[in-house]
Write a protein that binds this ligand. Structure first.
Ligand code: F6R
Length: 601
């Protein structure tokens, strides 16, 4: 996710902004830029790559000014490049902006402006804001901003400078974070507290649809109807370290908590792009789908197998990418190979993609990191809108992958004539409800935390489920073992009696997932089998009447169609793993022996 900082005050804005950008590095970025007002115009430095590249440039060509905006960009529209970096300035060189968020109607706005003679320099959605602002500007920047925001659809946190008001910094917030800091020497805007904590701990939190006007000696707030608002500043008591994590002790917990938002963003981004891409792709040419990936991304693919097969009545194979590449795979031009990867740089998944392409298969990827190898080389790429994921154990990217896969499966089923438009609409509406249900689950964090605290002593924890609950049990088990170092396995409930049940004894916890109505009695009988052999059971289920007793605890999940229930089960599984690991004092964000992006074989 992009990072924004802006300053107006008595000091030189450039070092303040560069330092603030460094404090926002944790958000992830692929390019950075700064613009200051000086000598009746804007001076700009924008640079693809790390912040030290921007710093080197600033050493060679220094900038000075008392008003400025800076940005770290996490590419969403347009490759990471100097020209796509922010700040963006309109073609009249009059208004400069930095933007965090996504402008959903940027194509329409761009066409509207192009028809009126405006020419664009970048491929970004953000540039449209600067161009539109110049197009509407009649001398009063507040009026201009109100007019522009009225035409923008999507999410935006904006920092804006206008040549007509060279002592004013203006900012807006809608669905993306933005704070205002006030200090003795000047005032700030920032995406997050750490960017300005060195200068002040007095912070105003902007609400959605609020505008702020900052000058050296004061700050004012307005709503979109130009009504002035009275706001009270808050005093930040966090340390630098915890502030970077938004007050959470670990990035993993922060990322778990971000899931409702990133699921909403991913749903909004993906629905139209899937439809568009499917217009170009004749899916009746395929006779099978192969999903290939590693680790959690493989587990997302495993969940998707159940969804695709149920909705599309179409054969789907799921292969570990590290196996696929060496197994002489049976794929050809009639195969659609789906690659799932957060980083887009996992060596095994890249190799699997190249193997599939060499055999003539069509490749479709679901990737989080814009411009990554898999995103670039696959025939079609859908991006998850999870933003940068910092904790090694994936959480929010996994949830985003699931929703893209659901949307894709529905679109396939519709086009294959296996789903009526009516049923497709119902399922789509159900997906749209998932973020709210995830929010409900996240509000039960205390219950899960308490339960997890009592589980630290287990030597082995098993995860069982049937059908799609089995697929998500795999992810629960992986999450637990990688961060808590407790031995864990996932099994299909029906498999227990074929071997695993011999491992069940007093010191064993079994997490049973039960959301498939028709299989509920079956998994409950597996639960009874393990309880009678001394195990304790944690049951995750959306069946309200599930039993609770000395041997069995129940966490009630919100109801949804069983095909989408993994998106809810996984939230409890992530929180459970997180709190077990936290109670063991584990290095949660960087578990031993693991790397975030596995770029070697
Ligand atoms: C587990 C985890 C890993 C990744 C795997 C694939 O929490 O994060 O198992 O899922 O290494 O990585 P990507 O998705 O980057 O290809």
């Amino acid at each position: 996710m992009c990072g924004i900082i802006g300053y107006v005050g008595a000091q030189d804005a450039v070092p303040i902004i560069v330092d603030g950008l460094k404090k926002l590095e944790y958000r992830g970025y692929d390019s950075a830029g700064i613009a200051v007002y000086a000598n009746d115009g804007f001076s700009v430095a924008k640079q693809e790559g790390r912040l030290n590249a921007l710093e080197t440039r600033l050493e060679e060509q220094p900038l000075f000014g008392h008003l400025g905006i800076g940005h770290t960009r996490w590419a969403t529209h347009g490759e990471p490049s100097d020209v796509n970096s922010h700040p963006h300035i309109g073609s009249q060189n009059k208004i400069a902006i930095v933007h965090n968020g996504i402008i959903e109607n940027y194509k329409q706005l761009k066409e509207y402006l192009e028809r009126r003679g405006v020419s664009f320099a970048s491929q970004t959605d953000s540039e449209v804001i600067a161009q539109l602002a110049e197009y509407y500007h009649r001398g009063n920047i507040l009026d201009t901003v109100i007019k522009v925001t009225g035409r923008l659809e999507g999410s935006f946190a904006l920092g804006i400078m206008c040549l007509d008001e060279p002592e004013t910094l203006i900012a807006v917030k809608k669905d993306n974070p933005l704070i205002v800091g006030v200090s003795e020497h000047g005032n700030f805007i920032a995406s997050d507290v750490p960017a300005i904590l060195k200068h002040t701990n007095k912070v105003y939190y902007l609400n959605d649809k609020e505008i702020t006007i900052l000058r050296k000696d004061g700050v004012r707030f307005f709503d979109f109807d130009k009504e002035e608002l009275q706001k009270t500043p808050e005093t930040i008591t966090w340390s630098f370290d915890s502030a970077e994590k938004g007050g959470y002790p670990h990035f993993m917990l922060k990322e778990i908590m971000e899931q409702p938002k990133i699921m909403r963003d991913t749903i909004n981004n993906t629905s139209a792009s899937v439809r568009e891409a499917m217009n170009e792709l004749d899916i009746t040419q395929f006779n099978k789908i192969v999903i290939t990936a590693c680790g959690s991304a493989y587990n997302a693919g495993f969940v998707a197998k159940y969804v695709f097969e149920r909705l599309c009545r179409f054969p789907v194979e799921v292969e570990l990418a590290s196996e696929f590449r060496y197994k002489d795979p049976i794929v050809d031009e009639r195969t659609l190979v789906i690659l799932v990867s957060q980083s887009g740089e996992t060596a095994d998944t890249i190799a699997a993609m190249r193997e599939a392409k060499a055999r003539g298969a069509h490749t479709l990827s679901i990737v989080n990191v814009v411009g990554s190898a898999i995103a670039k080389e696959s025939d079609i790429c859908f991006y998850t809108a999870a933003g940068p994921e910092i904790a090694v154990a994936t959480t929010k990217a996994f949830s985003a992958q699931l929703v893209v896969l659901y949307i894709l499966a529905i679109e396939f089923a519709l086009r294959l004539g296996k789903l009526t438009a009516d049923d497709s609409d119902k399922l789509t509406a159900e997906i749209a409800l998932l973020p709210d249900k995830v929010e409900t689950l996240l509000s039960q964090v205390d219950t899960i935390q308490k339960y997890a605290a009592s589980c630290v002593g287990y030597k082995s924890i098993f995860f069982i489920g049937r059908n799609i609950d089995y697929a998500i049990a795999m992810e629960g088990s992986l999450k637990l073992k990688e961060i808590s170092y407790i031995h864990s396995e996932a099994y299909a409930g029906g498999e227990l009696k074929h071997g695993t049940i011999s491992l069940i004894e007093e010191e064993t916890l079994v997490v049973a997932i039960a959301n498939c109505e028709r299989l509920y009695p079956k998994i409950i009988s597996n639960v009874e089998q393990v309880i009678s052999r001394g195990a304790k059971v944690l049951l995750l289920s959306n069946f309200e009447n599930a039993e609770q007793n000395d041997h069995q605890s129940h966490i009630l999940l919100p109801p949804t169609v069983d095909l989408f229930s993994p998106s809810l089960s996984v939230i409890v599984l992530q929180l459970f793993s997180y709190y077990v690991a936290a109670n063991k004092g584990a290095d949660i964000d960087k578990p031993r022996n693991l790397a975030k992006s596995v770029t070697v074989e």
